[in-house]
Design a protein. Structure first.
Length: 163
Protein backbone atom coordinates (compact mmCIF):
# COMPACT_ATOMS: atom_id res chain seq x y z
CA UNK A 1 0.00 0.00 0.00
CA UNK A 2 1.36 3.50 -1.03
CA UNK A 3 0.96 6.39 1.41
CA UNK A 4 0.45 9.80 -0.19
CA UNK A 5 1.31 12.98 1.60
CA UNK A 6 -0.63 16.18 1.11
CA UNK A 7 1.49 18.96 -0.44
CA UNK A 8 -1.22 21.56 -0.74
CA UNK A 9 -0.14 23.44 2.40
CA UNK A 10 3.31 24.19 0.98
CA UNK A 11 1.91 26.48 -1.70
CA UNK A 12 0.02 28.50 0.92
CA UNK A 13 3.14 28.95 3.07
CA UNK A 14 5.28 29.90 0.08
CA UNK A 15 2.65 32.42 -1.08
CA UNK A 16 2.50 34.04 2.37
CA UNK A 17 6.28 34.38 2.56
CA UNK A 18 6.52 35.80 -0.96
CA UNK A 19 3.66 38.24 -0.33
CA UNK A 20 5.30 39.48 2.88
CA UNK A 21 8.58 40.11 1.05
CA UNK A 22 6.82 41.89 -1.82
CA UNK A 23 4.88 44.12 0.59
CA UNK A 24 8.10 45.02 2.41
CA UNK A 25 9.74 46.06 -0.86
CA UNK A 26 6.66 48.07 -1.85
CA UNK A 27 6.72 49.85 1.52
CA UNK A 28 10.42 50.58 1.10
CA UNK A 29 9.72 51.91 -2.39
CA UNK A 30 7.02 54.26 -1.12
CA UNK A 31 9.26 55.84 1.53
CA UNK A 32 12.30 56.08 -0.74
CA UNK A 33 10.23 57.62 -3.55
CA UNK A 34 8.77 60.12 -1.09
CA UNK A 35 12.29 61.11 0.00
CA UNK A 36 13.29 61.65 -3.65
CA UNK A 37 10.26 63.90 -4.18
CA UNK A 38 11.13 65.91 -1.07
CA UNK A 39 14.75 66.20 -2.22
CA UNK A 40 13.53 67.43 -5.61
CA UNK A 41 11.27 70.03 -3.99
CA UNK A 42 14.12 71.26 -1.79
CA UNK A 43 16.48 71.41 -4.78
CA UNK A 44 14.00 73.53 -6.74
CA UNK A 45 13.68 75.84 -3.73
CA UNK A 46 17.43 76.23 -3.19
CA UNK A 47 17.99 76.88 -6.91
CA UNK A 48 15.43 79.70 -6.88
CA UNK A 49 16.61 81.05 -3.52
CA UNK A 50 20.27 81.11 -4.58
CA UNK A 51 19.45 82.96 -7.79
CA UNK A 52 17.24 85.39 -5.87
CA UNK A 53 20.02 86.03 -3.36
CA UNK A 54 22.71 86.37 -6.04
CA UNK A 55 20.71 89.12 -7.72
CA UNK A 56 21.07 91.16 -4.54
CA UNK A 57 24.87 90.93 -4.29
CA UNK A 58 26.56 94.16 -5.33
CA UNK A 59 29.37 94.43 -2.79
CA UNK A 60 27.62 96.73 -0.32
CA UNK A 61 26.97 95.85 3.33
CA UNK A 62 23.18 96.22 3.27
CA UNK A 63 23.05 94.05 0.14
CA UNK A 64 24.42 91.02 2.04
CA UNK A 65 21.51 91.28 4.48
CA UNK A 66 19.12 91.77 1.55
CA UNK A 67 20.58 88.71 -0.17
CA UNK A 68 20.01 86.64 2.97
CA UNK A 69 16.43 87.95 3.19
CA UNK A 70 15.85 87.31 -0.52
CA UNK A 71 16.85 83.68 -0.07
CA UNK A 72 14.46 83.23 2.85
CA UNK A 73 11.66 85.24 1.23
CA UNK A 74 10.74 82.39 -1.09
CA UNK A 75 9.80 80.28 1.93
CA UNK A 76 7.30 82.78 3.34
CA UNK A 77 4.25 84.64 2.17
CA UNK A 78 1.14 83.58 0.27
CA UNK A 79 3.10 82.13 -2.68
CA UNK A 80 5.81 80.42 -0.65
CA UNK A 81 7.64 77.40 -2.01
CA UNK A 82 6.88 74.44 0.24
CA UNK A 83 7.85 70.80 0.58
CA UNK A 84 5.91 67.57 1.19
CA UNK A 85 3.71 68.10 -1.86
CA UNK A 86 3.36 71.78 -1.09
CA UNK A 87 1.95 71.37 2.40
CA UNK A 88 4.81 72.32 4.75
CA UNK A 89 7.02 75.38 4.93
CA UNK A 90 10.80 75.07 4.77
CA UNK A 91 12.04 75.85 8.29
CA UNK A 92 15.83 75.62 7.97
CA UNK A 93 17.45 77.89 5.39
CA UNK A 94 21.10 78.98 5.51
CA UNK A 95 22.95 81.32 3.18
CA UNK A 96 26.74 81.58 3.00
CA UNK A 97 28.82 83.88 0.83
CA UNK A 98 32.22 83.66 -0.87
CA UNK A 99 34.62 85.83 -2.76
CA UNK A 100 36.25 84.99 -6.05
CA UNK A 101 36.42 85.96 -9.70
CA UNK A 102 35.49 82.89 -11.78
CA UNK A 103 35.13 80.35 -8.99
CA UNK A 104 34.41 80.78 -5.31
CA UNK A 105 37.47 80.87 -3.06
CA UNK A 106 37.08 77.87 -0.75
CA UNK A 107 38.66 79.73 2.19
CA UNK A 108 36.37 82.74 1.95
CA UNK A 109 33.03 81.03 2.69
CA UNK A 110 31.29 82.81 5.55
CA UNK A 111 27.75 83.33 6.76
CA UNK A 112 28.35 86.91 7.84
CA UNK A 113 31.07 88.75 5.88
CA UNK A 114 32.64 91.69 7.71
CA UNK A 115 33.60 93.52 4.50
CA UNK A 116 31.14 92.67 1.68
CA UNK A 117 33.44 93.84 -1.10
CA UNK A 118 34.14 91.09 -3.61
CA UNK A 119 31.49 88.67 -2.39
CA UNK A 120 29.89 87.39 -5.60
CA UNK A 121 28.91 83.83 -4.69
CA UNK A 122 26.08 82.62 -2.52
CA UNK A 123 25.25 79.08 -1.40
CA UNK A 124 21.76 78.41 -0.08
CA UNK A 125 21.16 75.24 1.92
CA UNK A 126 17.75 74.02 3.05
CA UNK A 127 17.06 70.98 5.20
CA UNK A 128 13.97 69.30 6.55
CA UNK A 129 13.15 66.28 8.64
CA UNK A 130 11.00 64.01 6.46
CA UNK A 131 8.74 61.62 8.34
CA UNK A 132 9.16 57.93 7.66
CA UNK A 133 6.01 55.87 7.26
CA UNK A 134 6.99 52.30 6.45
CA UNK A 135 10.73 52.38 7.15
CA UNK A 136 9.98 52.84 10.86
CA UNK A 137 9.55 49.08 11.03
CA UNK A 138 13.20 48.60 10.05
CA UNK A 139 14.78 51.63 11.71
CA UNK A 140 14.52 53.04 15.21
CA UNK A 141 13.84 56.59 14.03
CA UNK A 142 10.71 58.39 12.87
CA UNK A 143 12.27 60.81 10.38
CA UNK A 144 15.10 61.18 7.89
CA UNK A 145 17.12 64.36 7.40
CA UNK A 146 17.01 65.58 3.81
CA UNK A 147 18.90 68.61 2.56
CA UNK A 148 19.72 70.36 -0.69
CA UNK A 149 22.04 73.19 -1.61
CA UNK A 150 22.61 75.43 -4.60
CA UNK A 151 25.41 77.77 -5.58
CA UNK A 152 24.82 80.93 -7.60
CA UNK A 153 27.08 83.74 -8.77
CA UNK A 154 26.34 87.41 -9.21
CA UNK A 155 27.39 88.68 -12.62
CA UNK A 156 27.03 92.16 -14.05
CA UNK A 157 23.32 92.83 -13.65
CA UNK A 158 22.29 89.18 -13.54
CA UNK A 159 22.86 85.90 -11.74
CA UNK A 160 23.70 82.40 -12.84
CA UNK A 161 23.33 79.05 -11.17
CA UNK A 162 26.59 77.12 -10.79
CA UNK A 163 25.53 74.01 -8.83
Amino acid sequence: MVVRRAKNGFVLILTCVALTILLAFAALGVDVARMYVIKSELQAFTDAAALNAALQLTGATPRIAQARQAAAALATGPHAMKWDMGTKTIPSIAATFAQGSDEPDAKSWTADPKDPAGYRFVRVTASVSAPLVFLRMFQARDAAAISASSLAASTSGSARLLE
